[in-house]
Design a protein around this ligand. Structure first.
Ligand code: ADP
Ligand code: ZN
Ligand code: ZN
Length: 670
């Protein structure tokens, strides 16, 4: 006897494909299988099986599966339902959703199951502060919503959501861990999300210490085989708490009771590839269908979260004090006007003073390389990438002018390539230039740089950070890498070399990003001593974003920012769906985006509008011309309908030489 199976593939098609297979081959939903697809053979996901051939198909024409890959299912009905939701919400194929959810490794058969053990959670030695205890009590007090499940009839509602709002060092981590313990004691499981890069490591260690074998880590740095092995351990119910970045939100834990999102505002929670899902949105969905609580935390919530807190949909829990001897740092904005080089007198003096006290300094600049803008004053020439509409950055250590978008490089020009003027040259400082100036100014201090260039070979970032933590380095200088949740006890001084770098970007989130970055970096100072100091250098003294970030005035910042967003009709007061058409041929990109626009126009719901079609702010990347159309509406539901229908109509007869990308709730509009 034969059976019939429905498969989905990692392709942008919103459909499944039917195959037949001999009964004994072990094909069943939840396993992956190789199957003929068009003229090739592809890995597919079995999502359904039946004994009768599907109606309307000629049984003789149905192809046969080549072979089943997995000896036991790697996903279940709950995963399929989540993939269907991802597909509907993020407008991708269900197979693309499953491919993003499930690690691609294959190692399986020899993996032993661990014997059942008593859960043993190592107790924390800390006694919670009143604020911490109060927050924990409120989280724990809420009973789990009853009667939830993927197959219940009514649509899932909003899950219970909490937000731990407090500066760095206010003890959020301890509350997260206690809430996790409580959830596990109640017999449920926990997903603990952290931003990409270094933080995974730090948190995974802390969680491993406390939860032992009941903990698992899933992150992109692991080999596919190792990730897959962890995935199966979770699937079998051997794990009660999973820690990892964005994609760990898909961890197949049983009886989900809690999702923690640490540093909720972090940009790495949004995927940059199809499906362009956001871990927060996905976590909300899982919590509401599986009956879990959502617990987020940050010193600088996203605008979305701040608005929901104001409306009472997320319960805000404040942590207002630093708990290990630190207090809020003193923050001062200093003008860079009339400064030669990139260190103001004030910053230089504080660096010296800090070193004399035997303490450490972090210098932050969100721009790598030596100098990033080549300009000729005689003829106006600007040096840009041959393949992108962005300027080239001079990397002095590599002796090249490099494109940060596509990697193209060339030797830096000796004179203006257009008019030969010797006046032409690079301006605008990057981390390399700061490093040079700092070394020159403080020859007796040890300096280390941490950015994407200094950390090429694996491990050297960890090494630099380890040395700095151990006190072997006086000054740590770097990009975002030094801004994220790292914990350095010896830091007294934080210097923001240029606070304005992101402010001019043509993106409605530019102010929010800049604000949050400054507050986050400032939070590195004074965690353990009450004398932390922050110097914020700027060309825009008096700019509200700079003023409010230096006052750590989150409420004040959002009051103005949200009012502005409301007037302009941007999120969180509207929802966006962005289409981007990319092509080598600008005319094709124009035509494709124009077609999507005219397909969408008659479908737009009441109160919705569209921005564009227009060239993207970065018009060309890696030789591809980029055009965008943004659909904007008061609510996602109706907007989704318009976008989906337009997309379906577009795909029939779409230009194969144009790549059309869909981004629901885009976080970047560049
Ligand atoms: P956050 O996550 O808010 O940035 P952390 O959780 O890193 O803050 O806490 C900062 C420091 O305070 C850590 O060293 C932590 O061990 C310590 N800490 C947390 N809770 C307490 C407490 N109740 N009593 C004393 N120290 C605490
Ligand atoms: Zn010139
Ligand atoms: Zn380029």
């Amino acid at each position: 006897m034969a059976q019939f199976l429905d498969l989905v593939f990692d392709i942008p098609a919103n459909q499944s494909f039917s195959y037949r297979m001999d009964d004994k081959a072990g094909a069943e939903p939840g396993k992956r299988a190789m199957a003929p697809l068009g003229r090739r053979e592809a890995l597919g996901y079995i999502v359904a099986s039946r004994e009768e051939p599907p109606a309307g198909l000629d049984p003789g024409g149905i192809k046969t599966l080549r072979r089943v890959v997995d000896p036991e299912p790697v996903f279940d009905e709950r995963d399929i339902a989540l993939a269907e939701w991802l597909s509907a919400y993020y407008l991708c194929g269900p197979g693309q959703a499953l491919a993003a959810m499930i690690p691609s490794g294959r190692r399986l058969l020899s993996y032993p199951s661990l014997p059942d053990e008593e859960e043993n959670i190592a107790p924390s030695p800390l006694e919670l502060s009143d604020e911490q205890q109060g927050a924990l009590d409120r989280i724990n007090a809420l009973p789990f919503p009853a009667g939830l499940g993927t197959d219940r009839a009514e649509p899932p509602g909003t899950p219970p959501m909490f937000y731990l709002y407090g500066i760095t060092g206010s003890g959020k981590t301890e509350v997260f861990l206690r809430a996790a313990e409580h959830t596990i004691r109640e017999g449920r499981s926990v997903i603990y999300l952290v931003p990409e890069i270094s933080l995974t490591h730090q948190t995974a260690e802390a969680i491993g210490r406390r939860f032992g074998k009941a903990a698992a880590t899933l992150h992109s740095g692991m080999s596919p085989g190792a990730r897959f092995a962890e995935w199966m351990r979770i699937r079998r119910g051997e794990v009660r708490i999973v820690v990892g970045p964005r994609s760990a939100v898909f961890a197949p834990v049983k009886d989900l009771g809690l999702v923690v999102i640490d540093e909720e505002h972090d940009g790495s929670y949004k995927s940059g590839n199809t499906p362009r899902y956001h871990a927060r949105q996905t976590a909300m969905r899982r919590c509401s269908t599986e009956g879990g609580r959502l617990l987020m935390g940050s010193a600088t919530p996203s605008a979305e979260a701040w608005k929901l807190m104001g409306e009472g949909l997320i319960s805000r829990l404040d942590l207002s004090r630093r708990l290990s001897g630190g207090s809020l740092p003193e923050i001062k904005a200093v003008s860079l006007e009339r400064t030669e080089g990139c260190l103001t007198g004030e910053l230089r003096e504080e660096i010296r003073k800090t070193a004399q006290m035997g303490r450490q300094t972090i210098l932050f600049l969100n721009r790598r390389g030596f100098a990033y803008f080549y300009h000729c004053p005689s003829c106006g020439f600007e040096l840009s990438c041959k393949h992108c509409s962005v300027s080239l950055t001079w990397h002095k250590s590599k002796g090249r002018a490099i494109c940060h978008y596509c990697g193209y490089s060339e030797p830096p020009p000796r004179a203006c390539p257009r008019c030969g003027s010797l006046e032409a040259g690079f301006t605008g400082f990057g981390t390399e230039m700061i490093e040079e100036e700092v070394r020159r100014t403080f020859p007796d201090l040890t300096v280390r740089r941490a950015d994407a260039d200094s950390t090429g070979p694996k491990g050297s970032l960890e090494e630099t950070l380890g040395m700095f933590r151990a006190g072997a380095v006086d000054i740590l200088l770097g990009t975002q890498m030094v801004a994220k949740g790292l914990n350095f006890p010896g830091v007294r001084l934080v210097g923001v070399i240029l606070a304005d770098t992101g402010l001019h970007l043509p993106d409605f989130r530019a102010a929010e990003r800049t604000f949050s970055l400054i507050v986050q970096v400032a939070g590195r100072a004074g965690r353990y001593f009450p004398d932390g100091k922050v110097i914020v250098q700027t060309f825009r003294m008096g700019d509200p974003v700079i003023v409010k970030s230096c006052a750590l005035d989150v409420a004040g910042f959002f009051e103005a920012e949200l009012a502005q967003r409301k007037i302009l009709g941007f999120p969180p007061y509207s929802r966006l769906i962005r289409f981007t058409a990319r092509s080598r041929d600008p005319a094709r990109a124009d035509k494709a985006i124009g077609r999507i626009a005219s397909l969408a126009a008659p479908l737009m719901p009441r109160g919705a509008d569209s921005l564009g079609p227009a060239e993207c702010p970065i018009g060309i990347i890696a030789g591809n011309h980029r055009r965008q159309l943004i659909l904007r509406g008061p609510a996602m539901g109706a907007l989704h309908g318009a976008a989906r229908t337009a997309l379906n109509r577009y795909e029939k007869g779409g230009d194969k030489r144009v790549y059309l990308e869909v981004d629901v709730d885009p976080v970047s509009l560049l």
